[in-house]
Every structure is written in C-alpha cells, then in structure tokens.
Design a protein around this ligand. Structure first.
Ligand code: SAM
Length: 360
C-alpha cells in the first residue's frame, strides 16, 4: 500500500499544480501512476526530436538548429504548416500586434483592420489554429493591451515620442461607427478577445494583470492614465501541466504557493533588435517556466525580436518562433547564435575547470 505523501488535495492546490501524485487514489497498489488525464498532465509526453527536425520544417525555416526553429511568414500559414507536420507544442506565449498601435510596414500584417471586430476575428482565427498545435496538456498565454478610439483624423503633434508611435491615419483616427468605434471609447479589446476565445471553447485560467511601474504618460486630463495590460492564461483542457515551484511564492513554512495574478514588470528597454514592441523577459518567465515540461516546446506565433524563443532556449527548452518580418527573424536568429556561443564558451570553461592538471 502506498503512503499518502501530502495532505488531502484542495481546490486551491488542484491536481495540475503539483508534480507529485495528488492522492492515494491517483496511484495503483503497485505504486504506479494511474493512466488518468490528471496524471498524464503531471508528466506530459513531449514531441520527439526527429519531428522537431523534420525536413519540411527545416526547409521552410530562416533558422533551425536542434533547439530552435524560426519561420518567417504569415502566422496562419505557418501554423497550418505545423499542423500538417503533426508537431505539437507545450506552451504558447505571445504578444500579438495591438490594435492600431504600430505600422510594421508589412503586407498582411495584423492590427490595422478598419474595425476592431475584424481584428478580433483575425486573432480568434489565429488562436483557433494555435489550439490545434497546442498539446492537450498545454497552455496559451496572450499578452494584449487596449486602444482608445480617437476619431480625430491625422495626428498633428510635433512631439518626437508621439510622432514615432503615430503613422498617418490609424484605424482609430477615422470617424468610426458611433457605437464601439466612437471618440474617447476604450475598445475593451482584451476583454472582447478573451470572451470570444472562451465562447470558442478555450478554458480561461487567469486574466493576469501586467502592472507597469514606468508607463508612457497618456496625453489626457479627463481619465486615469493607463498603466496595465493583460496576460491571459488559457488551456485546452482542465488537466494541464503547471509547475508552480520555479515561479511560486515560498512561504516561511517552506511550502510554495502559486504566483499572484498581478505582475509588476517594467516595460522593455527596447533592446529587442530594433523591435519597438518587444516583450520584457520578465513577462515570459512565469508562462514558460510554469507551463513547459522538461523537454517541451515553446511557440511564439508573433515572435518579433524573439524574447520568448530566446528565454526558452536559455532555460533548456526547445522553441519555435513565427514572424512576418524577415528582419525581426534575422535579429532573433543572431541573438540565438550569441546565446549558443555563450553556452559553448561556458562549457569549455567548465571543461577546463574539470580537467585542471593534477586534479586526478
Ligand atoms: C507586439 S509584436 C511582438 C513582439 C515580441 N513579443 C518581442 O518580444 O519582440 C507583434 C509582431 O507580430 C508580427 N506580425 C504582424 N502581423 C503578422 C502576421 N500576419 N503574421 C506573422 N507575424 C505578424 C510583427 O512583425 C511583430 O513583430
């Protein structure tokens, strides 16, 4: 008979939150984990390496090595390639273009649709494809901010910082439909996206709030200044992999509680290879470390400068990045190359240390 190792499971503890069997009933009399969805989520199968190095994937990539693949192209097309190959990933962490915030100057770019509803439809289609690529035990994390409708026409400010973010007439500068799209309206893009994804079958686990201690000041006087964005955590199923230990809060008793759903993280310092909207590394830490099992694969379908793929590589996971911009893909490939070179130097130094003359 197997001894119970921990106190009885509670809702807050949840079967997915610990990497040990959660109760006596999870284990057979011979001490083996029973083949249940909850137990499978504790130790998910991961994609075999030959599939990660499939020639159809490598031939289509701008960069591929045994740990990382970068694909340039439209996100929907590239996700379909992953689906066709049968490749499954464990964690998707991404920040899609925000509505009306940037012109990347690329044909087929998302984010400049005439009406916000068309933008939401596009994202829902993208995340529908993500659902097919995501393993049953996997997690999807979406960082997204909101947009105000302005309806003011072309921007007139000479201020450099403002000018850099403005690019002629943005969708929200047009007259609008008088309903969602009317002057001063906060579009509630994150909320609409999350509700539509929930309606399409995703399970929403958290609407984590990214609190920015150093926000770009809003040029307004009649409302509060915006200093947060969302990082939604969604899953395919109720049984998914989640390891709170590397990201949790250690209590004086030694137990580890899950992280809070408010994350105070400074905005990125813009070091992302010229990318104007790169993730802060701190923002992908909880998603990747908590929801990628050993040997797992992280996917960022809007990879930009590659913050998630590089963080994944630095922490021993495999990763796949997709971006429409060849330039961003090349910057990300270069950064991955630097990381590999740093690993190679470290391992030579370790080897030198181990083989000091006279050590044996
Ligand atoms: C907010 S940025 C992502 C930044 C990224 N998280 C980083 O750390 O640098 C959004 C990215 O989506 C890409 N993008 C826009 N439309 C796309 C499309 N249709 N297919 C693939 N990528 C697209 C842009 O090139 C941009 O790099």
């Amino acid at each position: 008979m197997v001894q119970q190792q921990r106190s009885p499971v509670t809702e807050a503890d949840g079967p997915h939150l610990a990497l040990v069997p959660t109760s006596v009933s999870s284990v057979t009399e011979r001490g083996r984990l029973k083949d249940t969805p909850a137990n499978r989520a504790l130790r998910p199968e991961t994609t075999p390496q030959p599939l990660f190095e499939d020639s159809r994937l490598v031939d289509e990539s701008v960069y591929a090595d045994e740990h990382c693949v970068l694909l340039q192209g439209d996100v929907k097309e590239r996700l379909r390639l992953l689906i066709d190959i049968g490749l499954r990933v464990d964690c998707i962490v991404t920040s899609p273009p925000y509505y009306g915030q940037r012109d990347y100057g690329l044909k087929g770019q998302l984010g400049l649709e005439d009406h916000p509803s068309a933008f939401i439809d596009n994202l829902v289609e993208v995340f529908g494809l993500c659902r097919e690529v995501l393993r049953e035990t996997g997690s999807l994390w979406i960082n997204i901010g909101d947009t105000y409708w302005s309806g003011k026409g072309a921007h007139k400010s000479q201020e450099v910082k403002q000018g850099a973010r403005r690019f002629g007439i943005r969708p929200q500068d047009r007259p609008g439909d008088g309903l969602w799209a009317r002057p001063k309206q906060l579009l509630l893009i994150p909320h609409r996206l999350a509700i539509t994804l929930q309606d399409s079958g995703w399970l929403i686990r958290n609407d984590n709030v990214w609190v920015k201690p150093n926000p770009v000041p809003d040029q307004v006087r009649d409302r509060c200044s915006v200093s947060h964005e969302y990082v939604f955590h969604l899953t395919n199923s109720r049984y998914y992999y989640f390891n709170r230990l590397p990201v949790g809060r250690e209590m004086p008793s030694g137990s580890v509680l899950p992280p809070l759903d408010t994350w105070e993280v400074e905005t990125s310092n813009g070091s992302g290879g010229g990318h104007k909207a790169s993730f802060s590394e701190e923002l992908v830490r909880i998603p990747i470390l908590a929801s990628t099992p050993p040997g797992g694969i992280v996917l960022d379908p809007f990879n930009g400068s590659g913050t998630s793929t590089i963080f994944a590589r630095a922490h021993g996971f495999r990763s796949i990045g997709i971006d429409l911009s060849r330039e961003y893909c090349e910057h990300a490939a270069e950064a991955l190359g630097h990381l590999d070179a740093a690993f190679a130097t470290e391992s030579v130094e370790d080897h030198d240390e181990l083989s000091e003359p006279g050590d044996d």
